[in-house]
Design a protein around this ligand. Structure first.
Ligand code: HEC
Length: 128
């Protein structure tokens, strides 16, 4: 009697356990997919930007609209750091991540299309 009831309990436990494992795998799979898609999108954005040859003047105009408040009208630094010779310290990929990532508050993340991002990069290169 007691053996049969313990096997029933065991069976219950097993099916609960399987359910939890199944759910965990589902959640992991979804997280992984989201991560993969995000990563892929970011890479696509960076590759697209780096393939373009931007215009420093357009970048200068963009900089005056979006960045001077913190980096100064001549990019010599204010709240944010001086950006002269930034292209010697950071590579283009790192600069793109800095501008679009919002990883270093108070600097916001900018939603900027590849053409304008490429213009900004050209401008930053012209500051060397
Ligand atoms: C609200 C203020 C603010 C605005 C607007 C802003 N930044 Fe920044 N930025 C900062 C601060 C503060 C840092 C330093 C962050 C840190 O390193 O912790 C920074 C860092 C950077 C860096 C890295 C500098 C280094 O020495 O590593 C780059 C490149 C940069 N900003 C470019 C830009 C560009 C391009 C724009 C305009 C599209 C912009 N920033 C707009 C505040 C700002």
């Amino acid at each position: 009697m007691s053996t049969s009831s313990s096997t029933a309990a065991e069976r219950d436990f097993k099916s609960e356990f399987l359910k939890i494992v199944f759910i965990l795998f589902g959640v992991l799979f979804i997280c992984f997919s989201i991560f993969f898609i995000k990563h892929h999108e970011n890479n696509k954005y960076i590759i697209e930007t780096l393939e373009l040859n931007g215009s420093a003047e357009e970048g200068d105009a963009l900089f005056k609209i979006n960045c001077v408040g913190c980096h100064g009208i001549t990019a010599r630094g204010l709240v944010g750091p001086d950006l002269h010779s930034i292209t010697q310290r950071l590579n283009d990929k790192e600069i793109i991540k800095q501008v679009t990532g919002g990883l270093t508050p108070p600097m916001p993340s900018f939603e900027i299309d590849p053409v304008n991002m490429s213009n900004l990069l050209k401008y930053l290169h012209s500051l060397e």
